[in-house]
Design a protein around this ligand. Structure first.
Ligand code: LLP
Length: 423
């Protein structure tokens, strides 16, 4: 049974904009983000953090559109980046370097050098080799890098295996035993100020328990380090806060309950707290608008073929993720069961199987919901489909924040094999 659209998208209105009329002006498929909804989430989290020395660093990977990053920057939010490209986007959007933290297991020497040159706030270091590289490059530039060790607390986040990061078997972070050795030897680091801890156990986490467990382990380690005379000035609690993809089923934890877990675990801690939420800030603020190209009666199933595809939103094909899909206009027709698919030439290009929707006809407008995080950021031009348009909505008005990709842009950089060379 499909659930009703939530209040802000009921009657085809989203952030005061009539989506039906918008889709008459803008060709589908397109992503629409509500600036108000994003600001509301930022506000909720900031309110929950009141009294703490805390900085929210938006995980850029969730939605790197410049307009979104600008909105974040204007709201006082920083950036959690994982590549040189994300750093350049953040700076381009006006994010001050003092609010940028750099995470990731595979930072290249060039990326580290670039981030040092810009003077970002902090590196979340994930291996001893990276620590030594950071030391070497900082020394070469004559600067001191601020760094945190990303600990892997060996906690099960109870989320999809592909987005779980905090178990010992995962590639992320280092064990507390290894981190302890880094601190014991930190005197040898002339150009790295190792004074922070970082933890991120996974994404789309819907209960507090995994956060509680991970933070308890981090807090225990912080207390031990303090006792051993290692002052810790920064604890980065990562991201991972889940959202509702399935109305009536997913029950995300509230920002205040989440922050209370942080407050409790870190009681007595006086340094700065960093948070790296991605999905929580933007997922539910985004929808993917798409039209039905045709209704196809298969031998066993009815297919609704949309003009959006897995290249516009990978989550269902990649993680079997559920996204609510609702009609914008035809809500009164009798319910029919559909497999909702895109035009891409593989069976994985399926948004939903056996979904009940009011009977659909070609041209009908549908909303795929909660696509604001890991939608466009994971989009591709597979099947040589152009990247979808992105629209920012704000209290009754809209702005195109990514125009339609021209064919020439899609093939830019490709060239015939003309100048053959040898190594
Ligand atoms: N910090 C670090 C170090 C991360 O690796 C991530 C996400 C975040 C913060 C933000 O996590 P969030 O608050 O958004 O859960 N493509 C997947 C999600 C991958 C998440 C990767 N890391 C999906 O569509 O579900």
């Amino acid at each position: 049974q499909e659930t009703a659209p939530e209040a802000n998208s009921a009657h085809g209105m989203f952030d005061g904009v009539d989506l039906q009329r918008l889709a008459e002006r803008i060709p589908t498929p397109f992503h629409a983000y509500s600036a108000s909804a994003i600001r509301q989430r930022i506000g909720e989290l900031q309110a929950a953090l009141a009294g703490l020395d805390a900085t929210i660093c938006f995980a850029v990977k969730a939605n790197p559109n410049l307009a979104i990053l600008q909105l974040m920057a204007n709201a006082g939010v920083g950036a959690d980046i994982v590549s040189a490209g994300e750093m350049r986007r953040s700076l381009h959007a006006g994010m001050p370097p003092e609010r940028i933290v750099f995470s990731g297991v595979g930072k290249s020497a060039d990326e580290i050098a670039g981030a040092l040159a810009v003077g970002i706030h902090r590196f979340n270091v994930e291996s001893h080799d990276e620590l030594l590289t950071l030391q070497r490059l900082a020394e070469a530039q004559g600067v001191t890098a601020r760094a945190a060790v990303r600990v892997n607390p060996d906690v099960d986040a109870h989320t999809h295996a592909k987005i779980s990061t905090g178990k010992a078997e995962n590639k992320f972070g280092v064990s507390i035993d290894e981190a302890r050795r880094w601190f014991a030897e930190r005197g040898r680091l002339s150009h790295v100020q190792l004074d922070g801890l970082h933890v991120h156990i996974g994404s789309q986490i819907l209960t507090l328990e995994p956060f509680r467990l991970a933070l308890q382990r981090v807090a225990e380690f912080w207390r031990e380090l303090e006792q051993d005379g290692h002052s810790i000035n920064s604890i980065d609690v990562g991201g991972g806060l889940g959202v509702s993809y399935r109305a009536g089923t997913d029950q995300p934890v509230s920002a205040s309950d989440y922050v209370n877990v942080i407050r409790t675990a870190l009681a007595g801690y006086k340094g700065r707290v960093l948070l790296e939420p991605g999905r929580y800030l933007v997922a539910e603020a985004g929808v993917l608008l798409t039209r039905v190209i045709r209704v196809k009666a298969g031998v066993e199933r009815q297919f609704l073929v949309l003009d959006a595809a897995m290249n516009d939103l990978q989550r269902p094909s990649l993680y079997d993720a559920w996204h609510d899909i609702v009609p914008v206009s035809n809500a009164s027709r009798p319910l029919t069961t559909y497999d909702i698919v895109g035009p891409v030439c593989e069976t994985g290009d399926t948004f939903a199987r056996g979904r009940e929707l009011p009977g659909c006809a070609p041209g009908d407008l549908l909303l795929i919901k909660a696509t604001g995080a890991y939608g466009t950021s994971m989009a591709s031009t597979y099947n040589s489909r152009p990247l979808a348009i992105e629209i920012l909505l704000n209290q009754g008005r809209y702005a195109v924040v990514r125009r339609r990709q021209h064919f020439e842009e899609m093939i830019a950089g490709e060239q015939p094999a003309r100048n053959w060379e040898t190594t």
